[in-house]
Design a protein around this ligand. Structure first.
Ligand SMILES: [Mn+2]
Length: 394
């Protein structure tokens, strides 16, 4: 018998699908949340037969279980842990641990891609094109590579995963991978996925207007409350507000906190590990500990949401030598202007601030971090100019 303990996200369930394709009725699969795995591992050692081959994917165990697994392995037990999270790299010190963040071709891995490699190279599973295509979609989704490659199929696979039950998803995928030459979505799935996409768009548009910003430690965070679509949301908000180092997504009901960044200078697994969590450089999470609650909820609850930059301006646009107008919640007006030496400065209510910046972007970053200002619409800009002209005439 085999027992697979895996994560309850697409990558984790991808592992379950591969295990069931491989071992069929000889494998029992349990999906767990990050915090739920340790209980399952304890249950395994208390209740399962010593002959059962334990496979753990996409998750890490606590120190006690790490020792239990090592003792089990030393006593002749069969166990394999496969993971791709940077925070799990120390398991590589054990013979039963294999943690790989990047493969030898420099490609980011996922638990599903690691398990596929493992099953094929140990000749448990016959490789096929359909399975390889499915594994690659899961990998691209989990590593967020799909966005760079504009691989909509990968995103749609994850959307489908959330639309149906885990059992329903497993069943569909297993029969499809067994019987078809290539991976595909059927007509019904295509239709519900189209509807889902529109729904996500509306959800994100609404959440964009709820984001607050604050400085925590050395970073500026954007904070939003959301129960679903964390990856899509983190990505969209990160792009909408690039002056923020990362986006923190609060799931109060689940007492969880997720972190996402689009920037290379930030490693959000470090931010999460500060609160006892972990994950990847671009996506991580932790439980809502007392300290996390204080930093992200209590101390930010009174803040007003950020205002979005005006979208369809023709005159008040960024980076012009003419000057670009911003405003904040205190009704302060800010003008970003280009100096004669090509540097940029900021005027706050017509008083020039001391600092100058070598690029427009840097000036804007400062303005948005320090004053939470937004680009005003053309009509406000024109009104401002008319007032200026009138004042000049007096
Ligand atoms: Mn994963």
């Amino acid at each position: 018998m085999y027992k697979l303990l895996s994560h309850n996200d697409l990558d984790g369930v991808g592992c379950g699908i591969l295990a069931k394709l491989t071992f069929d009725k000889d494998v029992k699969v349990r999906y767990n949340s990050v915090s739920g795995l340790d209980r399952e591992v304890e249950w395994f050692f208390e209740n399962e037969s010593k002959e059962t081959f334990l496979i753990i994917t996409d998750l890490s165990v606590n120190q006690e279980n790490e020792q239990r697994i090592e003792a089990f392995y030393q006593a002749g037990g069969k166990v394999q842990l496969l993971d791709h999270h940077k925070t799990s790299l120390h398991y590589n010190e054990y013979e039963w641990g294999q943690v790989l963040v990047e493969d030898d071709k420099g490609r980011l891995t996922s638990a599903t891609s690691l398990l596929y490699e493992y099953l094929v190279s140990n000749e448990f599973l016959q490789p096929s094109e359909a399975i390889a295509e499915f594994v690659e979609l899961v990998r691209q989704y989990d590593t967020w590579e799909w966005e760079k490659n504009n691989n909509q199929q990968a995103q749609r696979l994850n959307a489908l995963f959330f639309l149906v039950s885990i059992e329903g998803f497993e069943e569909k995928m297993i029969s499809r991978l067994k019987t078809s030459d290539h991976f595909y979505f059927d007509e019904f799935e295509q239709r519900i996925l189209d509807m889902e996409e529109e729904k996500i768009e509306r959800y994100i548009r609404r959440k964009r207007r709820e984001l607050v910003q604050t400085q925590i430690g050395k970073f500026f965070a954007g904070i939003v409350y959301a129960e679903s679509y964390h990856s899509e949301l983190g990505n969209e908000l990160g792009k909408e507000y690039p002056h923020l180092d990362y986006i923190a997504i609060l799931n109060i009901g689940g007492k969880r906190l997720g972190f996402r960044t689009i920037h290379d200078h930030v490693d959000v697994s470090e931010v999460a590990s500060h609160y006892g969590g972990g994950g990847h450089a671009k996506a991580s999470g932790c439980s809502l500990t007392d300290q996390a609650y204080r930093h992200y909820v209590k101390e930010t609850f009174h803040l007003e949401p950020l205002r979005e930059d005006a979208k369809h301006n023709r005159y008040n646009v960024k980076g012009t030598s003419f000057g670009t107008l911003y405003k904040n919640r205190n009704e302060d007006l800010f003008l970003v202007i280009r100096n004669s030496d090509e540097t940029w400065s900021i005027e706050r209510n017509k008083t020039k601030l001391n600092e100058s910046y070598s690029t427009y972007k840097e000036a804007e970053n400062f303005l948005k971090r320090k004053f939470a200002a937004w680009l005003v619409r053309d009509d406000t800009f024109v009104e401002h100019l008319i007032k200026e002209v009138k004042n000049a005439k007096k």
